[in-house]
Design a protein around this ligand. Structure first.
Ligand code: ATP
Length: 297
C-alpha cells in the first residue's frame, strides 16, 4: 500500500503541505481534495519524487517508490503537439523501463479500448481536446504502473468523455492499480472514491472513509415535497439551508431532531407531505462546510 507519513513541504517560510498523512490500500482510489492552492499538486510532486518533503516519508509497500511504478496525469497537460502519438508514447514508456514491443502492444490495446485506433500515427495537435486527454491518460498508464496519480483528470471534458474516462479509471482499479486522484468536482470524487482527504492551506481538515465521515456529521438533509409554503421553514429552528426545484425542496437541517420537529409541524398544521426522505450530507456540503468557513479569496 501507499503510505504517506506526516509530510510537510515548505518553500522558504511558506508551508504548502503541513503534516499530511494518509494510506491507500492496493487497488483503491483515494480522493485528495482542497480549494485552489491547498497543496494537492505539491503533494503529487512529492509522491513522484519531483519535490523532496521537508519532513515526513512516502513509501510504497514499505520502500521508496521507483519511478517506473508510477503513472502521472498532470493538471497541465504535457504532450508534444507536433509529435506523433505512437512516437511519443512509446518513447515515454521506454524511459520507464518498458520494452518497445510491449509498449507498442499496450498502446494498441488502449487505443482499441477507447475505440480510437485511427489516431496512432497522428500528431497530437490534430486531435480534439477530449481525444488528447485520452492519449494523455494512455501515456500515464502505458507502462502498467502500480500507482497512478491523476490531477484533475476530467477537467474540460464533455459528459460523454468524462464517462469514458471514469470507466477507464474503474477498469484500472479492478485490475489492481492504486489511484490517487484530485478533482474540484465533488460528485466525481463521491462516485469514484471510498477514502478522501480534504486539504485546507496544506493541512488535512477531514480525512478517512467517506461513509464514516458523513455519518460523523450531526447535520443531515431532508428531501421534501409538500404543499406548505417555503415561508414556513424560515420560521422554524434548525433549518440551515434550502434549495428548491420543480420536484420539491432539499433542506439542510441541524440535526435529526430538527427534522423530526419539521415533520411534526407540517402534519399538525394540516399540510400534505408527499415525500419526506432522509439523505446524508453530500461531499459538496462537507467541503463547503469545512473549507468555506476558512476561505480567503
Ligand atoms: P489548484 O487546485 O489550484 O491546482 P493545489 O491544491 O494543487 O491548487 P499547489 O499547486 O500544491 O495547490 O500549491 C500550494 C501552495 O504552494 C500555493 O500557495 C502555491 O503558490 C505554493 N507553491 C507551490 N509551488 C511552489 C514553489 N515552487 N515555490 C513557492 N510556492 C509554491
Amino acid at each position: 500500500m501507499l503510505e504517506i507519513k506526516q509530510i510537510t513541504k515548505r518553500f522558504g517560510a511558506f508551508t504548502a503541505v503541513d503534516e499530511l498523512s494518509f494510506e491507500v490500500p492496493e487497488g483503491q482510489i483515494f480522493g485528495l481534495l482542497g480549494a485552489n492552492g491547498a497543496g494537492k499538486t505539491t503533494t503529487f510532486r512529492m509522491l513522484l519524487g519531483l519535490l523532496k518533503p521537508t519532513e515526513g516519508s512516502i513509501t510504497w509497500k514499505g520502500q521508496p517508490i521507483p519511478l517506473s511504478k508510477i503513472g502521472y496525469l498532470p493538471e497541465e497537460r504535457g504532450l508534444y503537439p507536433k509529435i506523433r502519438v505512437d512516437e511519443q508514447l512509446i518513447f515515454l514508456a521506454e524511459l520507464r523501463d518498458m520494452k518497445r514491443k510491449d509498449a507498442k502492444q499496450s498502446l494498441l490495446d488502449w487505443l482499441n479500448y477507447f475505440q480510437i485506433p485511427q489516431y496512432e500515427k497522428m500528431r497530437v495537435e490534430q486531435l480534439s481536446k477530449g481525444n488528447q486527454q485520452k492519449i494523455q491518460l494512455i501515456s500515464a498508464v502505458l507502462h502498467k504502473p502500480d500507482l497512478l496519480i491523476l490531477d484533475e483528470p476530467f477537467s474540460g471534458l464533455d459528459p460523454v468523455n468524462v464517462e469514458q474516462l471514469k470507466t477507464a479509471v474503474r477498469k484500472l482499479t479492478a485490475e489492481g492499480t492504486t489511484i490517487v486522484f484530485s478533482s474540484h468536482r465533488m460528485d466525481h470524487v463521491e462516485e469514484l472514491c471510498e477514502h478522501v482527504a480534504i486539504l485546507d492551506h496544506g493541512k488535512p481538515v477531514v480525512a478517512g472513509y467517506l461513509p464514516d465521515i458523513k455519518a460523523g456529521y450531526g447535520k443531515t438533509r431532508v428531501l421534501l415535497t409538500t404543499d406548505a409554503p417555503p415561508l414556513l421553514w424560515d420560521a422554524l429552528p434548525g433549518i440551515l439551508q434550502v434549495e428548491s426545484d420543480g420536484t420539491g425542496h432539499s433542506l439542510q437541517v441541524e440535526s435529526k431532531e430538527a427534522a423530526d420537529s419539521l415533520l411534526r409541524h407540517l402534519i399538525t398544521e394540516g399540510f400534505r407531505v408527499e415525500r419526506f426522505v432522509w439523505d446524508q450530507l453530500s461531499l459538496q456540503d462537507i467541503f463547503i462546510e469545512e473549507v468555506g468557513k476558512r476561505y480567503e479569496p
